[in-house]
Design a protein around this ligand. Structure first.
Ligand code: PMV
Length: 330
């Protein structure tokens, strides 16, 4: 027997950052987080469950994957196979429109698309929350990409993680926040977020301080998003980002994902905002910087970023939709 399905999901960028797990095998976070799902940057994945397949396989952009990428995918498949009472292995074929492993959350869109496609192929009719909790097993941040627009990941309380999933705060039409993604490097990062996060949690004396600030940041970010108030959201998102980086920098040995060109953009955005420009920055476990702004500021910020040293490409995004099934084929 052979069943297949195809799904698409898009990346999300955290406005209140997730950095630290209370359970590494289930990807249970120590605190909540909040993100915006972006359109146009994502993953399309086909999953085929085939009784004759000897093992699970994964290709991303035509390249066969082993190691952590396959392990993450297998965790999701195992959870879905158990629910569906299915024994067959899966052939997973993924295409990213995001540079893989460049701090651009390709694992978030990848694991979200895989979860959605594999659940349908396995004949499961799961709620978005249940899909989100399953995607979390592969990559924590993927649980937010099941949802469009602004999503919050509640850390949950239970040891089995069933209550640790994202939910939608506001759909993509709530606020037309634009994001300019400034690509400074395309190659894979030297230390994965999985590794960097656990290293920080174990060795950074700042880590407890970072975690202690998250609930206040969540509260303020939610109020600013509800009011579509960029100038109130800006300081919250920037401090959450920089406190996460401060936590990483305080690890032993330190983790330094940002490069001089990243810092130059950060300073430029701060200066422009002081001059009244409606924009703020964010950056994750890689050197690329994302600049959030109102639609009116896009042309000016695009010209500013284009002139900055080290910027290889600028991708303009808007709020995007959650994971969607493209064509279930029984
Ligand atoms: O779940 P992961 O391994 O993709 O962790 C991602 C962590 C950050 O992107 C740095 C922050 C976040 O909340 O997305």
């Amino acid at each position: 027997m052979m069943v297949r399905a195809r799904a698409r999901a898009q990346i999300n960028i955290a406005l209140v950052k997730y950095w630290g797990k209370r359970d590494t095998s289930l990807n249970l976070p120590e605190a909540g987080s909040l993100s915006l799902t972006l359109d146009g940057l994502g993953t399309t994945t086909t999953v085929v469950f085939d009784d004759d397949a000897p093992r699970d396989t994964l290709t991303i952009n035509e390249e066969a994957q082993q190691g952590s990428a396959l392990t993450k995918a297998t965790r999701v498949l195992d959870a879905l196979r158990e629910r569906a009472g299915l024994r067959s292995h899966a052939t997973i074929t993924s295409h990213n429109s995001v540079p893989t492993s460049a701090g651009l959350a390709s694992s978030a869109s990848g694991l979200a698309a895989l979860t959605q496609a594999a659940a349908v192929a396995a004949g499961l009719n799961l709620s978005r929350e249940a899909l989100s909790a399953t995607a979390r097993l592969g990559s924590g941040s993927a649980c937010r990409s099941l949802f469009g627009g602004f999503a919050e990941w509640s850390p949950g309380k239970h040891a089995d993680g069933h209550d640790s999933h994202a939910h939608e705060l506001f759909g993509p039409d709530h606020w037309d926040l634009h994001v300019l993604v400034a690509i400074l490097a395309r190659g894979p990062k030297s230390i994965s977020s999985t590794e960097g996060m656990e290293h920080t949690r174990r060795t950074s004396p700042f880590h407890a301080g970072f975690i202690a600030t998250v609930s206040q940041d969540l509260q303020e970010a939610k109020a600013a998003i509800a009011a579509r108030d960029l100038m109130s959201l800006a300081p919250v998102a920037e401090r959450s980002c920089l406190r996460m980086h401060a936590d990483m920098l305080a690890a032993d040995p330190p983790l330094c994902y940002l490069q001089p060109a990243s810092w130059a953009i950060i300073h430029r955005v701060q200066t422009l905002r002081k001059e009244g420009v409606q924009a703020f920055f964010s950056a994750d476990a890689g050197p690329n910087v994302k600049v959030f702004c109102t639609p009116e500021e896009v042309p000016m910020l695009h010209a500013e970023l284009e002139a900055m040293p080290g910027v290889k490409e600028i991708i303009i995004c808007r709020p995007g939709h959650g994971a969607e099934v493209l064509d279930p084929i029984p």
